[in-house]
Each structure stands twice: as C-alpha cells, then as structure tokens.
Write a protein that binds this ligand. Structure first.
Ligand code: PBG
Length: 331
C-alpha cells in the first residue's frame, strides 16, 4: 500500500495544533470601529439596513468610544450627520459642527488610548450629497473642493483628530490637506488616504446611515470596479502627496486589489488598511438573521480573510464585538 508522503492534515488535527501554525491572527488593536454621530437627536437612532449599528448622540458616542478603548480596539473613525446641509457643505468647517464636536468629545473621553480618526469628505454635509462642491452645470468641481478639504483637515486636526481620512477621491486631495495642516502647525496629524476607493453598490446601507441626499452616483470620482492597475496609480500618487497609510475600499469584493496594494505598500514601507463596508456588513447580518450562515464564524472569517489578503488594519462595524470575542479566546 502506497502511503501519502505528505500529510498536511497532521497540522490540523487539534485546535492547539491549528492555533500554533495559524499564519494570520486577529487582534483587537488591528481593528478600527467606524461610528456615526448625528446632530439634533436625544436618543440613538437605529439604522435599519445595518442591524446593531446606530446613529449616536454626542453622549452615546462618548460611551461607544470608551467601550472601544476597554476592548483594546485600535482606532475609531467618526462620521457626522448634520441637521442642516447646504451646497457648500459649510457645517463641515464649523468648529461647532456635529463632526468636529464629535471629535472633541471623543478625544476628551479617550485621550491617546485609541487612535481618533475622522472622515474627511463633504457628502454628509452637502444638500446634493456629492463628495465635493458643484460647478454651475452640476459637475463635481475638483479644485474648488480641494480648497474646502484643506480647511476641513485643519478644522478636524484642531478638534483633536489624530488622523484624518480623506474619502472623496478628488485628485490632489492628500497634497492639499497635508499642506494646509502643515501651514496650521498640525504636522503631527496623520493622513489615512482612501487611496483605492471604488464606486460600489455595496455602499447602499451607508447612504441610510448618513441620510444621504445623493441622487445619481459617484462614478466620475470613485474608481471603476473593472480596474486593477489603476489602484496602484492611486496609491502611488497618494504616497507621493504625503499619505501616511493607504486604504482599499470596499474589502471583500476587492481582495485582489488589496493584495496588490499590500505588495506595493510593502516596497514603499507604509501600512495598509481595508474598509469592510456597510453592504458587506448588511449581507452577512441578513444571511445570519435568516439562519443561513453561522453569524459569528462568518464575521470572524470575513475579517480574517481581509487581514490575510494584506490589510494590516481593518475598518469594520463589528470591531468592538469582534474584539470582545478575541479577548474571550473565541477567535
Ligand atoms: C464618503 C464615504 C462613504 C463611505 C465611507 N466614506 C460613502 C460613499 O463613498 O458613498 C462608505 C462606508 C460604508 O459603506 O460603510 N464620506
């Protein structure tokens, strides 16, 4: 009888054996929790398409941030939902605007125990829902938007953000934000560039989460899902412009891109992040609610796969829950 000469199953025979040889691990410090804070509400508001995720009040936002710290979560990324929107997104620059207030509240709650990050984009603040301001004929005006982004960077840094996350996909945004923050004496505020951000159908639930006013799409500024090489161009431009970290978004339908970006980021010596977005969250929650998949195992596997593909850190709406499971030794 011919025996197999190789028996990979030897290393799979017990949980202890598998744990010893696991190539990728989940750790709370590698997770970043995205959170929403909404102006003008006195109780948190549930987001129907993202079961378990809410729009926070300033108060519950503070509590969510300190819970994340207790669980050892690495970062927290803030999104703001203002009461009033206008064509220029002016609430984004107001130090008393919902996002800037939220950053201050979180920073005063957590100090330097977690990295405080803020979304730097206009779509939550404009009444038309685009990530930039518009020209007279309704196109998104790249360079006029850059000026506002620069000011947003300064406002968020002054509110206490450790790291800003430009997510609008305007050309030149990282350079302008870096310059504006440097000129304001904010050299130490880092930039997490949403470098390869695709125009994705999986953002659907996020639009509910921020009460988006968008009609139409973002195809003139976000990347075409058909393109792979272009992601490397975006990453290299953002790094040349001064990005400290680069991100791929969405994550699960873009693991090939994440792998490419991780390799090029390795050559450039920078960390890579990936954003497991609202639609990815919603799909798993919906399948689990129907009893079609094992929820906790699917959540852990999905985040593990994003880490395995090359992300050093993962933005995920499950960050706090997953951190708890990891602490309990479940994953
Ligand atoms: C733009 C922004 C979006 C998301 C993060 N930042 C929305 C968009 O590009 O349409 C989506 C995140 C998610 O879907 O979870 N401010």
């Amino acid at each position: 009888m011919a025996f197999p000469s190789h028996r990979p199953r030897r290393l799979r025979q017990s949980a202890a054996m598998r744990r010893l040889v696991a190539e990728t691990r989940l750790h709370p410090a590698d997770l970043i929790l995205p959170v929403f804070v909404r102006e003008g509400i006195s109780e948190p508001v549930a987001i129907t398409s993202m079961p378990g995720v809410v729009q926070h009040t300033q108060d519950t936002l503070r509590r969510a941030a300190s819970e994340a710290v207790e669980l050892g979560v690495g970062g927290i990324m803030l999104f703001g939902i203002p009461e009033k929107r206008d064509a220029m997104g002016s609430a984004s620059l107001d130090p008393e605007g919902v996002l800037n207030r939220g950053i201050r509240a979180v920073k005063s709650e957590v100090g330097s125990d977690i990295v405080v990050m803020s979304d730097l984009c206009l779509d939550e603040f404009t009444d038309h829902g685009h990530c930039g301001v518009l020209t007279a004929d309704g196109a998104v005006d790249n360079d006029a938007t850059l000026e506002i982004y620069g000011q947003m960077g300064v406002a968020q840094a002054e509110a206490g953000a450790d790291m800003v996350g430009p997510s609008g996909m305007m050309d030149g945004q990282v350079a302008v934000i870096r310059q504006a923050m440097d000129d304001a004496g904010r050299q130490d505020t880092a930039i997490l560039a949403y470098a390869a951000k695709y125009s994705s159908a999986f953002y659907g639930p996020f639009r509910e989460a921020v009460d988006s006013q968008l009609t139409g799409d973002r195809k003139t500024y976000q990347m075409d899902p058909a393109n792979r090489r272009e992601a490397l161009l975006e990453v290299s431009l953002d790094l040349d412009e001064g990005a400290d970290l680069v991100m791929v978004k969405p994550a699960m339908s873009y693991l090939d891109i994440l792998r490419d970006v991780a390799e090029s980021a390795f050559e450039r010596g920078v960390p890579v992040s990936a954003y497991q977005i609202s639609g990815e969250y919603a799909m798993i929650e919906a399948a689990a609610a129907n009893g079609w998949i094992d929820r906790d195992a699917a959540v852990a596997e999905s985040v593990l796969s994003i880490r395995r593909a090359g992300a050093d850190t993962v933005l995920t709406y499950w960050a706090a829950e997953l951190a708890r499971w990891i602490k309990e030794g479940r994953f």
